[in-house]
Design a protein around this ligand. Structure first.
Ligand SMILES: Cc1cc2nc3c(=O)[nH]c(=O)nc-3n(C[C@H](O)[C@H](O)[C@H](O)COP(=O)(O)OP(=O)(O)OC[C@H]3O[C@@H](n4cnc5c(N)ncnc54)[C@H](O)[C@@H]3O)c2cc1C
Length: 301
């Protein structure tokens, strides 16, 4: 029977790897195979190999917006964070591989005097994951400066322009598609590196003041009618609410922290409990922002 070992370089295949090591929640059982492509070509090869072997797969970036099951799974994970960092640029247009960490990319931009993404510094995301989610912070969103994406879809490499993508606050129509992002083009502005660096330092201070340390997936719920979910949860007195190893952060009520031994079930029960409390006592419906792995099985990824 054919295996990944017949189709891919053996250095990029890991067997029985714990997904917990690839998610910021630190939660996730072992997967039958985890693939770590080193460049766009290997990312495409990895996807083709999954299709050929009829394996369900999920491409993830830094795993900072996902909750993986604590149970072992036959699903294959393709993780982009090992991809090489070969950035191409011409004047203010920059093309960056999807697996590069956004913070590292922002520092590269600073050195080149290219500004636009500084507000996102400190988000533990890859560039590809940040595009999928239209990540935003401190008044800056990825789609403010996005130009186009290079994707692998339906066996073909294509360019999709920003105008062809629907996007909103921390969401895009890409999440309902089967595209895999290979690289991303941004259109940035010229600014002195020292000024960009001051902006980055300001963002670091703001983030440190408002966000907790610890294993999490960032904000769990979306804002409700413009009111931050953290404020609603705080006002409802739910800070510190706990199920097993999952606890509502004391510093930011929209963060659930895995304080060392949480399972996905602990987190899910805590989420259900918060939703139940707010719905029954205040009639508020909370929509989840973090993704449960497996819920997109309708799509092939
Ligand atoms: C401490 C902390 C702070 C955070 N702060 C913020 C914040 O300020 N603002 C904000 O917007 N978010 C924030 N987040 C949430 C999270 O970082 C973002 O949603 C981010 O965009 C996810 O990027 P990722 O690379 O980790 O993607 P993942 O979590 O790995 O994946 C997210 C989704 O994108 C898909 N995906 C990833 N890469 C690709 C690809 N190359 N091709 C196709 N699909 C892909 C995955 O399948 C998944 O559906 C925070 C998270 C943490 C843990």
């Amino acid at each position: 029977m054919r295996k990944f070992e017949h189709l891919l370089p053996k250095e990029i295949i890991k067997r029985n790897e714990p997904i917990s090591s690839y998610t910021t929640f630190g939660i996730g059982g072992k997967c039958s195979a985890l693939l770590l492509p080193r460049n766009k070509k290997e990312l495409v090869l990895s996807i083709n190999a999954c299709k050929l072997l009829k394996k369900k797969f999920q491409v993830i970036g830094n795993g900072s917006n996902i909750l993986a099951s604590s149970k072992d799974t036959r699903r294959v994970f393709i993780v982009t964070t090992n991809m090489e960092k070969d950035i191409a640029f011409h004047q203010n247009s920059v093309i960056v591989p999807s697996g590069m960490m956004i913070g590292e990319f922002i520092m590269w931009c600073k050195d080149k005097g290219l500004s636009g993404l500084e507000g996102l510094f400190g988000i533990p995301a890859t560039v590809g994951g940040a595009v999928m989610m239209n990540a935003s912070a401190f008044g800056v969103a990825v789609f403010d400066v996005l130009e186009s994406i290079e994707v692998y879809d339906d066996g073909k490499i294509k360019i999709i322009n920003k105008e062809q993508i629907d996007f909103g606050h921390h969401t895009t129509s890409l999440l309902k598609s089967s595209v895999i992002i290979l690289s991303v083009e941004f259109q940035l502005k010229r600014l002195a590196p020292s000024v960009i660096f001051s902006k980055i330092k300001e963002v670091i201070e703001k983030r440190q003041a408002s966000q907790p340390q610890g294993k999490s997936a960032g904000c769990v719920f979306r804002a409700v009618d413009g009111i931050p979910a953290g404020k609603i949860i705080d006002d409802a007195g739910l800070k510190g609410l706990r199920v097993g190893g999952a606890v509502v952060s004391d510093k930011h009520a929209n963060f659930i922290i895995n304080d060392g031994y949480a399972t996905d079930q602990d987190v899910k029960q805590l989420i259900d409990q918060i939703q139940f409390e707010l719905y029954t006592k205040q009639g508020i419906t909370f929509e989840r922002e973090i993704e449960y792995i497996g819920e997109r099985d309708d799509y092939y990824r």
